[in-house]
Unconditional design. Structure first.
Length: 396
């Protein structure tokens, strides 16, 4: 995705606008709602910290975000929702803006122009973005003067030259964005494909009034891409943007709660992808399940934690990049990263042993060959194969 900084009058970066970028130049442009869904899920998969550090996220929002059709699952305390100029101001969109503000999000009015009902949005907004190139300097100043009584912060965007930036500063704008500061930079990170079957199963599971966490966890355990997203979502605090340690899938689901789970699943349905390669998926699932079984039998760590660490340790097979690069692009809790990528701790040694067994180099394992490993791997294989072949797997 693209990332462009927004700076204050001192030149310090206060946030980044996240922008949709297609992986290929010949990819058809998706709808605005799907672009928003892709950006949000991309942020969750690559990691909010990896993308913007401790700065604020600016995320474009079509009407679907305001009405709840396109849920935003980014941390409210760290996210500014940019209401696009294409959104019609009516009772539904204004109420949607109120709901977002009530949840802790800030609102920015993007490419703002004065239209009927503009006052209703200005009363809710924190920031107004004024396109200096589209309105010209005189028009931009006139619009800024109309907005100031509402107590909003004025952001001059599309500043293409240093002269534009100097003029905007002298004119009293507080925030600045444009080529004169920095062009959008592509942040590369590979999202893990999620299978269509998993999307259908997730939707079906969430049709009931009470979310069945057991059923939901069973679906997630077979989908590495979805596991990574839910771990990222749970580890970024919902209310204050604080990092939280999440050690497994069930813990993440409990932390999220029903509402945020439903919002996240709606995003996955909007941004579906074809499934990952069968070989890589099989290796990942078998490794994760074997780690879980051995953790329970040996009492070396929590089985759910071992499953998660084992699953993430195989992401190099699903993404086609070295595991060191995978570790660098993800923003997961330290304990999980230590076990999955650095093979530290008892859980990490277990992951290393199972991975070595899969690669046929068990003598490279940091732990001794165990008689229970072969049996656990066979049970894990039987558990994973039905799903890899396109059928629901056994529950045990």
């Amino acid at each position: 995705m693209g990332r462009q900084p927004i700076v204050d009058r001192t030149g310090a970066v206060m946030g980044y606008e996240l922008l949709y970028r297609a992986a290929r130049s010949d990819t058809p442009l998706p709808s605005g709602e799907q672009m928003t869904a892709d950006v949000v899920l991309g942020a969750l998969t690559i990691g909010v910290g990896q993308l913007v550090g401790d700065k604020v996220i600016f995320c474009n929002a079509e009407r679907g975000v305001l009405t709840g059709r396109t849920p935003v699952t980014l941390p409210p305390a760290r996210t500014v929702i940019e209401v696009l100029e294409t959104v019609t101001v009516d009772d539904e969109s204004v109420q949607g803006c109120r709901d977002l503000v009530a949840r802790g999000y800030q609102l920015a009015l993007d490419d703002f122009v004065w239209i009927d009902g503009a006052e209703r949005l200005l009363e809710l907004a924190t920031i107004v973005k004024i396109d200096v190139q589209a309105l010209g300097r005189e028009g931009s100043l006139a619009l800024a003067d109309r907005c100031r009584p509402y107590g909003v912060r004025l952001l001059a965007e599309k500043l293409e030259t240093l002269d534009d930036l100097d003029w905007a500063m002298r004119s009293g704008f507080e925030l600045f964005q444009g080529y004169a500061i920095e062009k959008p930079r592509v942040v590369r990170g590979q999202t893990i494909p999620t299978a269509a079957l998993a999307h259908v199963n997730l939707a079906t599971t969430l049709l009931t009034e009470d979310v069945d966490l057991d059923a939901l966890e069973a679906i997630l355990r077979r989908e590495p891409g979805l596991v990574l997203q839910v771990l990222q979502l749970a580890s970024v605090g919902a209310d204050h943007g604080l990092r939280r340690e999440v050690r497994g899938i069930r813990e993440a689901l409990v932390m999220l709660g029903t509402v945020r789970i439903r919002q996240w699943v709606a995003l996955t349905l909007l941004s579906g992808r074809p499934g990952a390669g069968a070989d890589g998926l099989a290796t990942a699932l078998v490794r994760a399940r074997t780690c879980e079984l051995l953790a329970a039998e040996r009492s070396v760590c929590e089985p759910d934690f071992a499953f998660t660490a084992g699953l993430l340790s195989a992401l190099d097979l699903l993404l086609g990049v070295p595991i060191e690069d995978v570790a660098g692009m993800l923003d997961v809790p330290a304990a999980v990263a230590d076990a999955a990528f650095r093979r530290a701790s008892a859980a990490g040694e277990l992951v290393a042993e199972v991975a070595a067994f899969q690669h046929g180099v068990l003598d490279a394992s940091p732990t001794a060959v165990a008689a229970d490993l072969d049996a656990a791997a066979a049970r894990a294989f039987a558990w994973a194969m039905p799903y890899v072949n396109g059928m629901p797997g056994p529950s045990a």
